[in-house]
Design a protein around this ligand. Sequence first.
Ligand code: UD1
Length: 417
Amino acid sequence: MAKIYINGGNRLSGELKIHGAKNSALPILAATLLCQGESVIHNCPRLSDVAVSIRILENLGCVCSRNGNTVSVDATNVSGNDIPDNLMREMRSSIVFLGAIIGRTKSAVVSSPGGCELGPRPIDLHISSLRLLGIKISEDHGYLNCEVDSEITGNEINLSFPSVGATENIILAAALSKGTTVIHNAAREPEISDLADFLNSAGAKIYGAGSDTVVIEGVQKLNGTEHTVIPDRIAAATYICGAVATNGDIVLKNIMPSHQVALLNLFRQCGCEITPKNNTLRIKSISRPMRIPTIRTMVYPGFPTDAGPPVMALLSIAKGTTVFVESIFQNRFKYIDELKRLGANIKTQGNVAVIEGVPKLSGAGTECTDLRGGAALVVAGLVAEGTTEIDKIFHIDRGYEDIELNLKNLGADIKRE
Ligand code: UD1
């Protein structure tokens, strides 16, 4: 199995173009199912999760092709309504296909996603919301069977928590429907707006995406369209962590600083200079990073839970102590034991981690426990003295395109073998 090896200590410098957002590309690919004809998605990252999404689409009868970072999906002849268990297991977030499959075929059969590396991943909000749209859902031997008698029907939905996936599933199911759906307490993440922008360009009538109230006026038909995926704010945050940790000076291109406000404030507090200009960002580190007294992960526009692991790796070499509270996922700290192998001084209790910054980390053998935990190991490896070996890097490939090539171009001593 391939591993990444990093000889730490090199200062990152140079320019890097950030790839398209994984968490936008996945729901947008699901949304192509709703469109009669061909949709062309630009800036679609080359990631294993995207490859799984394309296999799901092909399994449903779509004709898909990729040319560089442009993916075309022709959904003219959708012939299936199910996601095989093996594909569902490969990517828990394939649950976002549920709303799109039902929207297109008026029925769906998917296996229940169960737990994942981040702990239990319930879908109760998805199910209760879809039921409010007139979709009948029953569970049988680990499978969810969904069907609609005649038409999906708009309704008022109050989410008890602004779940990203549930908001996306409701939008996908309600786009082709009778009547109007209003989502109260909707997730406000930029990826929700990106999904709505894609669907609106296909002919949908979705208003308010990016706010906590999203209104979807159902339409009868959507057409194939063309769309460019927004930049990946978590990949950008990861490379910034690498630059700050190595006292670097980098320019990130193709990013949207307005999507990164909470993170950029945090990096400034760490003591680095950040200069946004149009869709580029210069990050210049001045000295050893300063601690952040308290970090609490929150829904957008708060500090994103997915940026927690690389930021934790950065703070493990900061001057001072940080208290980190994970409030979105129950079981996100597995990677901390791996950071400790490199000499990080982190203590955890429940969802709270206390990071006492140490002056240096030392290379060691490690393995990824999950996608962003893997990113944390890369950041730590960039700064650790000696060689860091990272195993189970298939987790990293789910969310980072060409990570070792990008870091090599920025001056890191990194290779994949
Ligand atoms: C999405 C992102 C993920 C990110 C997360 C939070 C994708 C593919 N994944 O995941 O990278 O970390 O948003 O920003 O876009 N919950 C329930 N019941 C539900 C749904 C969610 O209890 O029906 C809980 C979850 O267990 C979790 C919290 O709500 O504790 C947040 O989940 P949610 O916002 O739904 O995240 P995802 O859509 O799974």
